[in-house]
Design a protein around this ligand. Structure first.
Ligand code: GDP
Length: 456
């Protein structure tokens, strides 16, 4: 058990309603009793799990802020230690001053993710669940959030632990065989190992395959909208964003040419690269915009190519068609409210797939999403029922475990001795154990918890 006490501001400093300072550890309660006053008195009896109204004072007894304070008694807390949470007024100053006052006592500033790390070290959650906490915080789409909440609830951990148990059982059988060869149950044991390894390889394979979906949900389908000027790209973009805008991120070090917008349309998570000029009506800038957009095609998972159905095919269209021919593309013909002049005879395949829409009349837009859904999820997204891997570390360990089990099967086929099987089975178990953190090095822990924010 950790004995030192840590403190941090758990909320985002800024113009918000409240901020929360969190203290965890053996001294949390004592510190609170010293700095929290009500009607001029300190050393109050802070009943657990109640909100207490009062003030925080500095070491000169000067009031810093009016607060609500709560005491959560170990072990039923986030860290399994005593926790004090101080709700103060928002803004930049109050929380900082309160934290400074807290840190004057026997307590130190928490490192990134240290509260969650303690939750892990003290056995309240396992490593996969701790990672789910980061993923919940970092979620940019509803679906990604839902997958991570599932993991925090322990769904992945349960499945992994069950597999570990099954392998452990087998290992016990094998050990008996090694220790007491006179029982001569080799064949029975080998058959059992074979059967289970085969079924586990399939099960792990199924889980590993979900990682592609998990990645898409986590990162969104990176999408570029292309088309010659004036076909309706910005109208489409605005339509998609107006209804569904989730988050706008600007990638540091770049200008506005790589603003990415996350949208969630009927569960389909799109991360639309909004390239400079796309929204500009000025022709010159617009041209640059098309070039910029084209330069993003390489990194895109999906291209939405827009034609103007009221104009015939032009050089620009053909240039783009060629440019994106190796990508996943949704072809759209916009402005179908106007008489059609677009002739795609030369491109029969595109004509066949063409989705006719009129953004102006709000027609055909749903089909775009249905199409994307089909392309990436074969028409069905069902994150609630399925366990989905959304973490690269987990995926890699599952692959490692699967490979070890394949080695087991190889050894059996090649009639190797039972010792060989034993080693690979243990290896598989170890890889799976690393997912839930049964054995975990300090380095790995540092790496994982450093991804957290302070105060979590
Ligand atoms: P961009 O240059 O490709 O981004 O195209 P815009 O979105 O700026 O649209 C160009 C023009 O086409 C604007 O005047 C839009 O109002 C118009 N427009 C967009 N969608 C439609 C549509 O479905 N039908 C018609 N008739 N006009 C449209």
């Amino acid at each position: 058990m950790n004995t030192d006490t840590i403190a941090a501001i758990a909320t985002f400093l800024g113009n918000a309603g409240i901020n929360i300072i969190r203290i965890s550890g053996n001294n949390a309660l004592d510190i609170a009793k010293k700095i929290f006053v009500k009607n001029g008195k300190n050393d109050l009896d802070l009943k657990p799990r109640y909100l207490h109204y009062g003030h925080i004072v500095d070491d000169n007894n000067k009031v810093i802020d009016e607060v609500l304070i709560s005491y959560m008694k170990a072990p039923n807390t986030y860290t399994k230690e005593n926790i004090i949470e101080i709700n103060c007024h928002g803004g930049l100053i109050s929380a900082k001053k309160i934290l400074e006052t807290v840190l004057l006592h026997d307590c130190r500033a928490a490192e990134r993710g240290e509260f969650t790390k303690r939750a892990f070290l003290n056995g309240r959650i396992d490593l996969a669940q701790a990672e789910a906490v980061i993923d919940i915080i970092n979620s940019k789409t509803d679906s990604s959030h839902e997958i991570s909440v599932n993991h925090l609830e322990g769904r992945l951990s349960r499945e992994i632990n069950e597999i570990i148990e099954e392998i452990l059982d087998l290992l016990a059988n094998i050990e008996v065989n090694i220790d007491f060869p006179e029982y001569d149950e080799d064949e029975v044991t080998i058959n059992k190992v074979k059967e289970l390894s085969e079924s586990l390889v399939n099960e792990l394979d199924r889980l590993i395959k979900t990682a592609d979906t998990g990645k898409i949900f986590k990162e969104g389908i990176k999408t570029v909208i292309l088309g010659k000027p004036n076909v309706g790209k910005s109208s489409l973009m605005n339509f998609l964003l107006n209804e569904n805008r989730a988050i706008v991120t600007e990638i540091p070090g770049t200008t506005r040419d790589t603003i990415e917008e996350y949208v969630n349309i009927k569960g389909v998570p799109l991360r639309i690269i909004d390239t400079a000029g796309i929204r500009d009506t000025d022709d010159k800038v617009e041209k640059i915009g098309v070039e910029k957009a084209l330069s993003k095609v390489d990194e895109a998972d999906l291209v939405i190519m827009v034609f103007d159905s009221s104009t015939d095919l032009e050089e620009d269209d053909e240039y783009i068609i060629n440019y994106v021919k190796n990508k996943k593309v949704v072809y759209i013909s916009n402005k179908t409210d106007l008489p059609r002049k677009l002739n795609l005879k030369k491109y029969e395949n595109i004509e066949k797939e063409l989705i006719n829409i009129s953004i102006l009349k709000n027609q055909g837009l749903e089909e775009i999403i249905n199409k994307v859904n089909q392309m990436f999820f074969e028409g069905s997204i069902n994150i609630s029922d399925e366990l989905i891997i959304n973490n690269v570390r987990h995926k890699n360990l599952l692959i490692k475990a699967k490979n070890s089990l394949k080695e087991v099967l190889n050894s059996i086929n090649n009639q190797m001795t039972i010792d060989f099987i034993d080693i690979d089975l243990k290896q598989a178990m170890e890889s799976l154990g690393l997912i839930v953190g049964k054995t975990v090095s300090d380095d790995l822990m540092d790496k994982i918890f450093n991804e957290f924010c302070i105060g979590k």
